[in-house]
Ligand binder design. Structure first.
Ligand code: FES
Length: 112
């Protein structure tokens, strides 16, 4: 492991403010990272095919501009999700980037 940097982490926060700081391998979808770590409220029912919206999260304001823009598929799916706002993303559509260490994602209350 010499020379390796620590694996980046992302932080999921439930609506009750319970926090989960979990390791996120670069390239893995953030939905899969949540499922791997049994973070409640992120079900990923469609397996990351952008067709269920059970991976809906809110991106903290400081991070929103640092993530890639929503695709048209993601925008379309979010239109059918509940409690969607400007912070909303589908976590299966976000593939972990090495510069996202410390990324904060909140889980909508309706999923928690
Ligand atoms: Fe189904 Fe993200 S896991 S839309």
């Amino acid at each position: 492991m010499s020379g390796d940097r620590d694996m980046p982490k992302v932080i999921f926060i439930e609506s009750t403010d319970v926090q989960y700081s979990v390791e996120a391998p670069v390239g893995r979808s953030l939905m899969q990272v949540a499922v791997d770590n049994m973070v409640p409220g992120i079900d990923g029912e469609c397996g990351g095919a952008c067709s269920c919206a059970t991976c809906h999260v809110y991106v903290e304001p400081d991070w929103q501009a640092r993530l890639p823009a929503r695709s048209s598929d993601e925008t379309f799916m979010l239109e059918g999700a509940v409690e969607v706002d400007g912070r909303s993303r589908l976590s299966c559509q976000l593939k972990m980037h090495e510069e996202w260490d410390g990324l904060v994602l909140r889980i909508p209350a309706v999923q928690g």
